[in-house]
Design a protein around this ligand. Structure first.
Ligand code: ADP
Ligand code: ZN
Length: 516
């Protein structure tokens, strides 16, 4: 061990009480201490905070932490102070007097870490005049990107930080960033040369399962009945659903509660507390539940509805099994949800991105290859081994020789010059006569209508399987256009065989059928 290593371990032990660093923590801390910019992608619970809190202790000046979660700032600051690390926060909820007393404490070098909401950045100028800023940490950095799932306009102002303090190391941290978002973060914060630290998103102890949503309430009751005393969360899309489901569970004799942002805050705190202490082990919640809750023995997560995107889904299932023990996750998939989510996305003001993310979520839900590998590849990890802990691995679908279908599909993408998204390619291959086809004279091209014999839904599913198996790709930044790749060429020109499986019937799960 070098002297620096010894110092880092001692600081970890003295201030945080831990014996060992988690994966990547030491590398990140060392790099920050060397003055380098860093981009940190680590799943929730991975231990991101220590990556900037520990250097803050060792560095000469102040560490500025930009965080959007005003509600959690106080807890974080309290926890730091309890560990003997002087910290404070500034946000709009405080008075001018409180804020100027903080300036005084910064000036006298009493404070090591200062948490700042992006809305309070005006404070930055005052700070930079009275102290040396040694490190800037941007937490929840995905909020800067409109490619992310939680875009906050106030975050876009942060680009000035690197310009103002070009020699101060900046570390951007997030739990949720696909490849496109990740690069967007680095560009916008002006740290494109930052060291990339991407820890594995694989949570092998979580089983993954997707079920058709038919009779989901009965399915949920059966599920919890066979798991007495286990604690879990059911995520629902609407407040009403959380209440209805909690009622049904209570009527069936389970200790359950509904939780959503419409409840008074004292009731919400009470519910959280009862959950943490296992008094109410089952919570039916909207996504408002779970942020900042550190409960290690959540044994299962159920999604009553299809989530809006993979980032949110991954974060939510990640709340199970923090203790490392086996935990279960189930997602109920129905087309009624898809239609509703599409409507939400269309009214969101960020329509294109949201729809693209929903499309990826749908592909996950309809996957016919290992679900974990799909999740991992979404977060930029390559995994080739099957996981053995998802429903697809455990009950592999039966495959047939789909080479001819694949050849037709990939030729379609080729004829449309890799410019069109999946639904247009399907329309084209099926010889549809709608405006999207006729306006561009696509009906005059070769391969128009070659897959007439396959239903729209089935063909769409086959194309999803092809993308999930890597035979073609979706260009996220180009309107979701389907693109060919090396593997496509193998199929088209070198006779590579492709296996497909018959689509699972999710439509039966609803009374409603999808609109095309
Ligand atoms: P994140 O911000 O990535 O969600 P946190 O920084 O809140 O995660 O850390 C999650 C939990 O793991 C916290 O309880 C933290 O104290 C703990 N933790 C972090 N680093 C270590 C470590 N090296 N050893 C043991 N526990 C750790
Ligand atoms: Zn698997």
């Amino acid at each position: 061990m070098t002297n620096q290593d010894i110092l880092l371990h001692k600081t970890l032990k003295d201030y945080f009480g831990y014996e060992q660093f988690r994966p990547l923590q030491k590398e990140i801390i060392t790099s920050i201490l060397n003055g380098e910019d860093n981009l940190v992608i680590m799943p929730t619970g991975g231990g991101k905070s220590i990556c900037y809190q520990l250097p803050a202790i060792l560095m000469e000046g102040l560490t500025l932490v930009i965080s959007p979660l005003i509600a959690l700032m106080k807890d974080q600051v309290d926890a730091l102070n309890a560990n003997g690390i002087p910290a404070a926060f500034v946000n709009s909820s405080q008075t001018d007097i409180e804020n100027s007393s903080i300036i005084e404490r910064v000036k006298s070098k009493e404070i090591k870490l200062l948490y700042l909401a992006p809305e309070s950045l005006a404070f930055f100028e005052q700070l930079s005049q009275v102290c040396e800023i040694s490190l800037i940490a941007v937490d929840e950095a995905h909020c800067i990107s409109s490619w992310g799932h939680d875009f906050r306009p106030a975050y876009t102002q942060l680009s000035f930080l690197k310009k103002r303090l070009p020699n101060t190391p900046l570390v951007a941290l997030t739990a949720t960033a696909d490849k496109a978002t990740r690069e967007d973060i680095a560009n916008q914060l002006d740290i494109s040369n930052a060291k990339r630290n991407i820890s594995s998103f694989n949570r092998a102890n979580l089983s993954l399962e997707v079920r058709p949503a038919q009779d989901r309430v009965t399915q949920i009751i059966d599920f919890v009945k066979s798991r007495p005393n286990e604690s879990g969360i059911v995520y629902c899309l609407s407040r009403k659903q959380t209440e209805q489901l909690a009622d049904r569970l209570k009527k069936s004799g389970f200790k359950a509660a509904a939780y959503h942002a419409g409840l008074p805050s004292d009731i919400r705190s009470k519910i959280q507390e009862n959950f943490i202490h296992d008094t109410t082990p089952i919570i039916c919640a909207t996504i408002a539940f779970g942020m900042g809750i550190d409960k290690s023995n959540v044994r299962w997560i159920i999604h009553y509805n299809l989530p809006k995107n993979i980032e949110g889904y991954y974060q939510e299932i990640g709340r199970a099994g923090r203790d490392g023990l086996d935990s279960e996750t189930i997602l109920f998939h129905s087309y009624a949800d898809v239609i509703q989510l599409r409507k939400f996305a269309e009214g969101s003001g960020n329509e294109e991105v949201q729809l693209a993310k929903l499309e990826r979520m749908l592909q996950y839900a309809e996957a016919t290859s290992c679900r974990r590998n799909i999740l991992l590849s979404y977060f930029g990890e390559t995994a080739t081994e099957k996981c053995g802990n998802c429903d697809v691995c455990n009950h592999p679908p039966t495959f047939f020789d789909g080479t001819v279908i694949a050849q037709k599909a990939l030729s379609g993408i080729y004829r449309l010059q890799e410019k069109e998204p999946l639904n247009v390619v399907v329309d084209f291959l099926r010889g549809s006569q709608n405006a999207a086809i006729l306006d561009k004279n696509y009906h005059l091209l070769k391969t128009y209508g070659v897959a007439k014999d396959i239903s729209w839904k089935d063909l769409q599913q086959y194309m999803v399987q092809l993308t999930n198996q890597g035979f073609c790709e979706i260009a996220f930044h180009e309107n979701n256009a389907l693109k060919l790749n090396e593997l496509s060429k193998e199929v088209l020109f070198n006779g590579m065989k492709v296996s497909l499986t018959r689509p699972v019937e999710f439509i039966k799960a609803d009374e409603k059928t999808p609109q095309k």
